[in-house]
Design a protein. Structure first.
Lengths: 319, 330
């Protein structure tokens, strides 16, 4: 596949792709009036340091960590899509990012594990710290960051050329990580993702032979196998039926004790069911970047929000 | 009229499987006729070609015997003794050398354009490669001829001096100064240059179709770019790359003028010493002999063409089988 192709599409503003990236529908190349004082970093150019373990953590520990984003802004080319967003995502908490389409919440999520920069025209500013370590700094390489901060995508994406078992172990293979007891790891991850009983007799079948909901749980199992400390989920249930959605939500609640979870969702009930804290993103008027309007405990945000726009959104009056 | 019962009924009387009738429009019917006609004409042409070739090749095959023709290595027009085994092996040797050179170059180029090149350069290169793939390979052949013919001779000498451990690179025991011109290796390299663009173009196209979410999935698990290429892009693109390689192989088998220019004269014996003079190829032989051939030799040339066609089919089918066997879960 070609990221260039995608880039071209972003550049030409193919409307069908806007949703995918949570881009606002308006294009005008804005002069960066907001960016004064901020330096857009060319992330892709940051040199990758040699393998250097992150202080105080090892791969096997898998303890949840706090993720702190400070003054995060994002651009596609010269177009700013996210304006100085700051949010603390506490360990052992599920944080939901909510807001209408195109408000930048997916972009914000992708900045949290350096997936935003996969698109070549993408730039960021601000900082993201994982238990105090800057994930854009020299201490961690991109691949180390992504192993510690995993991601589950909107559309289930098991690898078609791999079996169910190989899909679970794909992260180890991709990152060149050794593992002593692979069978136990496969069982553990599939169990935690709520899929083990359904697939334990067909581990060598192709990953695409599963239903959509099962595929998504396989992707969760796959993410768990590299023992991340944070798991980012980008509308993980939007392609699933209600029953699969429920199973995935139960999975989220079960793994939340061990892994910090950040979830983007369009489903208000889901946000209320699974999250402890919430951040509401909004593009205030067409053409300006998205920003966090309000963030706080989920109960608070849904029952007595401080901002009237939050109230309007969570009660279904727009969006 | 009785209203149908709600829910389902156990009455089997209406429960007969039928295929609903298709009622094509006039446009559908006309288009169908056009398609059927086109397909028939194409098939008839292919069949006619095959029959014509077989028919034309009968005199030579009758003279030498079919078994002798395909298992002997001899070409003696004066006495009417023909056997193409040496030519077949020579053809395969040259095409294989061409693939060994061309496939890694082409796949590397395709991956560079797709994954590593800056967008603008990548787009330009894509267009250039697609155009080059459409350029008649003779053009590259001419370049390869002038670039390789003489300059490769020291390389051939070095290889024969230093890589003696590999049997193919040894020199024959013949006495006298070794002749490095007109070797399988030079011909293979020239042909390799000719087929790089087509293999690059087709395999790049296939590998660019890997779904974006597959690649992102690999990166999000902590895979490096190389790991993503190895575990996602190459497995996904494998059948396409093999297909592109077969396309290149077919072209390599059929390369005529450039090979004839390099070889100058045809060796009808299989020659395992690939850096040394003495190589043959069916297509080049047809090209070099056609003008002055007697009717019987002409018939033998056509028969060698049949052998080339059979060779292409065999290799193509073998490749498809290999791909089908090694492709998982589909």
């Amino acid at each position: 596949m070609s990221f260039d192709q995608f880039e071209r599409e972003v550049a030409t503003q193919d409307p069908s792709l806007e949703d995918w990236n949570g881009l606002p529908p308006i294009v005008a190349a804005e002069p960066d009036s907001w960016s004064s004082g901020l330096i857009a970093r060319e992330i892709a150019k940051v040199p990758v340091p040699s393998t250097q373990p992150m202080p105080g953590t090892s791969l096997g520990s898998g303890s949840p960590a706090t993720l702190a984003a400070t003054d995060v802004s994002a651009w596609f080319g010269s177009r700013k899509v996210l304006q100085r967003c700051s949010l603390r995502m506490e360990a052992r908490q599920v944080t939901a990012l909510i807001g209408p389409s195109g408000c930048g919440k997916s972009t914000f999520l992708r900045i949290l594990n350096r997936m935003h920069e996969v698109i070549r025209v993408a730039k960021v500013a601000g900082s993201v710290e994982l238990d105090g370590v800057d994930i854009y700094g020299r201490e961690l390489s991109v691949t180390q960051v992504r192993m510690r901060i995993g991601m589950v995508f909107q559309k289930p994406n098991p690898f078609p050329a791999m079996s169910i078992r190989e899909n679970v172990l794909a992260g180890l293979k991709l990152s060149g990580t050794k593992s002593t007891d692979r069978d136990a790891l496969v069982e553990e991850c599939l169990t935690r993702a709520g899929l083990w009983t359904e697939v334990k007799d067909r581990l060598n079948e192709g990953g695409m032979s599963l239903s959509g909901g099962q595929q998504q749980r396989l992707c969760i199992a796959r993410s768990l196998a590299v023992r991340p400390r944070v798991l980012l989920m980008d509308e993980p249930c939007s392609a699933l039926d209600p029953i699969s959605t429920r199973v995935v939500e139960e999975t989220i609640q079960q793994i939340a004790d061990d892994i910090t979870i950040v979830i983007v969702t369009h489903n208000m009930q889901q946000a209320q069911r699974v999250s402890h804290q919430c951040a509401f993103f909004l593009v205030e008027e067409q053409g300006v970047p998205g920003r966090i309007v309000e963030a706080g405990a989920t109960d608070h945000l849904f029952n007595q929000p401080s901002d009237e726009r939050t109230l309007a959104y969570v009660t279904g009056r727009f969006g | 009229m009785v209203a149908p019962p709600v829910g389902f009924s156990d009455d089997p009387s209406n429960d007969i499987p039928i295929r609903p009738a298709d009622n094509p429009t006039v446009g559908d019917r006309i288009f169908r006729v056009i398609c059927v006609a086109s397909a028939s004409v194409a098939l008839v042409i292919i069949a006619a070609t095959a029959i014509f070739l077989l028919n034309k090749s009968r005199p030579a095959l009758a003279k030498t015997g079919v078994w002798h023709f395909f298992t002997a290595s001899v070409w003696n027009a004066a006495v009417g003794d023909f056997g193409v085994l040496g030519l077949v092996i020579g053809t395969i040797t040259i095409a294989t050398i061409a693939l060994i050179v061309a496939v890694p170059l082409a796949v590397g180029m395709a991956l560079f354009v797709n994954e590593y090149a800056p967008p603008r350069i990548g787009r330009t290169l894509t267009a250039v490669i697609d155009l080059l793939a459409a350029v008649p390979s003779l053009i590259f052949g001419m370049w390869g001829y002038f670039a390789f013919k003489n300059h490769l001779i020291p390389v051939s000498r070095w290889i024969s001096d230093h890589l003696v451990a590999i049997p193919f690179f040894r020199l024959s025991n013949a006495t006298g100064k070794p002749d490095f011109t007109g070797s399988s290796m030079i011909a293979g390299l020239v042909v390799g240059m000719m087929i790089v663009p087509i293999i690059t173009s087709v395999s790049r196209d296939v590998m660019a179709r890997v779904p974006r979410e597959q690649c992102e999935g690999a990166l999000a698990l902590g895979g490096s770019r190389w790991a993503m290429i190895r575990d996602v892009i190459l497995p996904y693109g494998k059948s396409g790359v093999v297909g592109a390689t077969m396309l290149g192989f077919g072209r390599a088998l059929g390369e005529t003028v450039a090979v004839a220019l390099v070889l100058q004269n045809i060796s009808y014996q299989a020659n395992p010493h690939i850096v040394q003079h003495g190589a043959g190829s069916i297509a080049a032989n047809i090209f070099l002999r056609f003008g002055e051939a007697s009717p019987l030799e002409l018939s033998a040339l056509v028969a060698s063409g049949v052998a080339l066609m059979a060779l292409t089919f065999t290799v193509g089918f073998a490749a498809r089988r290999v791909v089908a066997r090694t492709t998982r879960f589909s």
